[in-house]
Design a protein around this ligand. Sequence first.
Ligand SMILES: [Zn+2]
Length: 268
Amino acid sequence: MKTEHIRVVPLFRGKPSLNIAEVAAAKHVSDNELFEGEPSAPPVSARLVYKGGDLINNVEVFTIYWGKKWSTSASGKTLMGKLNKFFTDILVSPLIDQLAEYNNGIWKIGHGKFTGTTVITDHAPTSSVTDAAIQKALQGWIKDKHVPPPTPNTLYFIYTDPNVAVHMGGSASCSSFCGYHNDISGNVFYAVMPFPTCAGCLGNKSVFDALTGTSSHELCEAITDPVPGQGWYDDDNGEIGDICAWNFKQVAGYNVQLEWSNAQNKCV
Ligand SMILES: [Zn+2]
């Protein structure tokens, strides 16, 4: 049986060391509890180990807004523009430079680029959607050329409408996670970012700042571990962003998450 690797952004106040089963078990935690105190400190024993699989050298991000509300409201259009600009700017920023310590053999992490965007309303979920359904939809968009074909550098970022619960690995967005990245058969890489409509995924931030924070978490994880558990991974604490979940800094004017540095032995 395939081991379920950590690939999610946990809820604000979630412990960074939760595995999928523990995240699912933590569902009953109330919003109140989620907001007490400061974000958890990273575990002292964190250490990413290279598991021998792929990394992404020069990531090419394509954003997909899968929903009916993105293009029909002024706020939706504004948010799409801001998120696309975020990728344009952050993919050539020090956030990417700091990942170079994880270069290994043919894998040399460098600046990426934002390659485009689309709004898709066909079969857009309005209340809930599973990861399996997202994979099927993405494969259809690729086949029908609604999105560019996948390359080893391609990373699709899929954003859903407000109040759509995304189900993955027995857990749901806003109940136990705020986003995740995944792969299809080891050669199509994607991240799913549910719209943050709950306190646990806003973390006292604006929708935009929450989304850049969680998107940066998944971006850095997808670059260093595109097939979850086969790139840089800590068996106890998960991926590069999990260890530092909900600890933020400003880069290029955006709220982004700290990432674990083996070299500095801390979140940077
Ligand atoms: Zn993560």
